[in-house]
Design a protein around this ligand. Sequence first.
Ligand SMILES: Cc1ncc(COP(=O)(O)O)c(C=O)c1O
Length: 386
Amino acid sequence: MFANRTNWDLTPNRLSEALAAHRAAGKPLLDLTVSNPTGCGFSYDSKAILEALSNPVALRYEPNPRGLESARRAVAEYYAARNEAISAEDIFLTTSTSEGYSYAFRTLCNPGDEVLIPSPSYPLFDFLAEIQDLKLVRYPLLYDHGWQIDFHALEQAITARTRAVIVVHPNNPTGHFTKSSERTKLNAICIAHQMAIVADEVFLDFALDGSRAASFATNSGVLTFTLSGLSKISGLPQMKAAWLTVSGPQNLKREALGRLEVIADTYLSVNAPVQLAMPAFFEQRHSFQEQLLSRARGNLKELDRLLTRQNVCSRFAVEGGWYGVLRVPAVRSDEDLAIELLTSKNACVHPGHFYDFRSDGFLVISMITPKAIFSKGITAVFHLLC
Ligand SMILES: Cc1ncc(COP(=O)(O)O)c(C=O)c1O
């Protein structure tokens, strides 16, 4: 009856089961994995957000495969404010970055084609690829005075079926940005193998040192699809407002835009009230990003203070994004450790293998956890381990 591609093993993992039991028993929880910004104690301008959703222009349906021009102009202005010139004609609105990935994959790949993804990285890729009948091939990131791409391994991973390489800039959970020298190398590799770049920049604005990394949206050397959205940029995941931009050599860009237009026209997925509200939602980013960065910097400082009191655990350098990675003794599986932290210390962390760390000894924590919970939670983790 069903397609092989949906033949998933949907049994919950042991940590999810333990967490559900913990919650059902009404036990206290120091949740160091929270990443839903609307549940982390940030203050939003509710009036401006709700008013933006009641624009009477939304009563009229004006379908446009790329999305309403006013909304795409707001996206272009976001890039202009970062000194990156993007035309509204090169932007497609989507309901999420995940939808943006599916547009890019559908444009580039036949069933069974391959896409390179960084490892460690974000756990949603497997499902996204399976739904599109793609094969993911991992290229390792190395840690040596900061995270970097293992270019030798990346080149070894390329086959005649490789269509694209994904970069997450900055990556989740390693929090490192793709360096400009790495971008130059990626471009050369993609030209040599006729591959495209798919850049996920949902965390681009969250550099902890306040620096402004260049976006891939203006990368012109190879066909490049850049994905981002307001779920992270303005902390509004519930609004389902995201986009995909296309850049690259003119002939490839023209071809990609034409094909994308048909895909987007088939779905016309973004609703009018949200599109009309996008300029106002972009405005929210200033206050949101200030609060978020202050939270993440404060938590990092607290983490470093607690780390100096022990000598068993350490952390990886983090440049940006919402996550941190702890190095812990690999004396048991990370999943067993996470379950023990939950049951004995009420602290919830993610084991590294959720993010494709290939060995034990890594825990992933959310740096946007409310301050008091973060401090208590990390203290509890170190109590168990040290
Ligand atoms: C790297 C990365 N890309 C995309 C997303 C999802 O973004 P969206 O809500 O726009 O689908 C996330 C969510 O955590 C993420 O970590």
